[in-house]
Write a protein that binds this ligand. Structure first.
Ligand SMILES: C[S@@+](CC[C@H](N)C(=O)[O-])C[C@H]1O[C@@H](n2cnc3c(N)ncnc32)[C@H](O)[C@@H]1O
Length: 260
């Protein structure tokens, strides 16, 4: 059945994004009951990189549709690009299968000023990068690239990136402060220099055989404080109900910070 289109461009964008995520979910085979569980043994023995890689094919199918749509809408609303530049690269950290990035790259494909806005997706889990590449190829996005690397050691030159996005990933990096340091290093001087980061309201933990292992103690408040220490100015901190991986009934945050 054809969806009745709204004239509001934002609703139309989000509705297209929901259709895309829904189609991805429907074609994903889930091993479990729709919930994602990090493999306990992989986490204890080899670390999170392998655990995320193992989960890659299922993750895109298990994402909550409402939370994902809310995250996307919050990102699109906050994102501001420099239209005076012929080219802009937005780096996306911990991009996983790249659903948000594919949504953004599609949106930027036909830039009204012919400006090339490119999404550079980065994830440390090889399986996630592979998923991301395959999905972007299916959609046909020449303005999306994928690289497998650690966000704590970015394989990028100083001052080479316009803006950075990080959706629901910083809380999975134990030394998350190193990621912030790298973001500051790669942002281009005198550019937009913005870091858009969604954060879960509470510190995350991994459950292994009934025991809880804290990942790091990152909260939106702690991130705000650290960003300011590293020379960022906090521009906004918007609540995202049910978004940022927090599930329904929880309120995550989208922080937008600009490097001075
Ligand atoms: C909760 S998932 C979020 C994925 C995606 N942004 C999304 O919202 O669907 C966290 C992602 O962070 C990635 N990740 C964890 N530590 C990382 C690191 N040090 N460098 C790069 N990516 C990392 C994981 O591999 C995983 O894909």
């Amino acid at each position: 059945m054809a969806r009745k289109r709204s004239r509001d461009p934002m609703s139309e964008l989000v509705s297209d994004f929901i259709d895309f995520v829904n189609s991805v979910k429907q074609t994903t085979k889930l091993e479990q009951d729709g919930r994602i569980r990090l493999n306990a043994t992989a986490w204890l023995e080899t670390g999170l990189r392998e655990a995320w890689s193992d989960l890659a094919s299922e993750w895109k199918g298990a994402l909550d549709l409402t939370g994902t749509a809310l995250n996307f809408q919050a990102l699109v609303t906050a994102l501001d690009v420099d239209t005076t530049l012929p080219r802009e690269t937005i780096l996306c950290l911990g991009s996983g299968p790249g659903l948000y990035e594919i949504g953004l790259a599609s949106m930027f494909l036909d830039s009204p000023k012919g400006q090339r806005i490119e999404l550079l997706c980065l994830d440390s889990a090889f399986g996630m990068s592979q998923e991301n590449k395959q999905l972007a190829e299916q959609v046909g996005l020449p303005n999306l690239r994928v690289v497998t690397a650690d966000a704590r050691q970015l394989p990028l030159a100083d001052g080479s990136i316009e803006q950075v996005i990080c959706v629901d990933s910083l809380q999975w990096v134990r030394q998350w402060q190193e990621v912030v340091t790298e973001v500051a290093r790669v942002l281009r001087p005198r550019g937009m220099r913005r870091f858009y980061c969604t954060v879960h309201p509470k510190p995350m933990a991994v459950w292994v055989e009934g025991k809880q292992y804290p990942l790091n103690q990152l909260t939106p408040e702690e991130l705000k404080t650290y960003l300011v220490e590293r020379g960022f100015v906090l521009e906004s901190s918007e609540p995202v109900d049910g978004g940022t991986g927090s599930g329904r009934g929880h309120t995550g945050r989208l922080l937008v910070a600009k490097l001075r």
